[in-house]
Design a protein around this ligand. Sequence first.
Ligand code: KG4
Ligand code: ZN
Length: 343
Amino acid sequence: MRVLGIETSCDETGVALYDSDLGLLADAVHSQVALHAGYGGVVPELASRDHVRRLIPLIRNIIDKGAERVPGLALGNLDAVAYTAGPGLAGALMVGAGFGETLAWSLGLPAMPVHHMEGHLLAPLLGAEEDIPFPFVALLVSGGHTQLVEVAAIGEYRLLGESLDDAAGEAFDKTAKLLDLGYPGGPALAKAAEDGDPTRFRFPRPMTDRPGLDFSFSGLKTFTLNTVNAHQPLTGQDRADIARAFEDAVVDTLYIKCRRALESTGCDTLLMAGGVSANRRLRRTLDERLNATVIYPRPDLCTDNGAMIAFAGCQRLLAGQRSESIISVRPRWPMTELPGLGN
Ligand code: KG4
Ligand code: ZN
């Protein structure tokens, strides 16, 4: 089955062609970083308008790339269109959903609405050399979510814990803003932290001194703000040291909760996905300190992309699922409400 995937939930326009026999045929992402940089964060209306502008040229581009691999490949010989239906920004989601449903209808193909976080969760399976054994624990860490989920099968998700306030990526972004490190914050803060002295400051590891698998990152942001205020004016080294202390605190907190989640479920595999899973210190820490197999997507599939949406949609279509052709998106959408595949 050959599926076109469309991702427009936030500030990346992602499209991809996934073939269940041949794998990922082509993908392309247009990042809106430059568009929003001057505002220090995503402006929803600008995001929606840019998705409108980018979708058609990007899809033309991947059809051409795909045809280099599969001669004769064209829109007319696709089998389905998958698009992100939520969670995300309502207007941005509507662009992808409206486009996806309309394209599918005009080609006489099924359309499959996809849950953005299921897309992230399944991204490590895309191109994996070996099957990933169920059940496993998934750590989903993005700009909008921080969740620990027990995955019994595709579509069978049990929420073990989640952030009660800011998501990990959001905390990275807000802290980077406090430190004037630029936008997008996560990669900028991680880069600054490379030159930081890990012994100068010690930030708290929120909610690790009590049982449970929930997270809270907003206090860490306040702690950073107080540290910033106490060291005015900040030197470049101060910024690097604070960035390092912040990153260490987030990474350590995530590690502690992952260890607990593995212990409480008896699973021996941890899968990590979402934008923050690109963080090198987090990868290294989980690899070295967890007594488990740790799996994560290749770096370009950590942040938002169309490939994960094409792949996730394809799994549901292969299982025989079909959706009614109604253009509807869910800006808030608990992943535990998804149906299983029934096998
Ligand atoms: O999954 P994603 O692309 O979009 C959402 O679904 O939210 O995640 C974006 C988030 C942003 O908060 C970004 O700062 C963070 O992932 N991020 C990182 C890194 N790369 C991206 N955070 C820490 N370290 C990184 N290397
Ligand atoms: Zn995402």
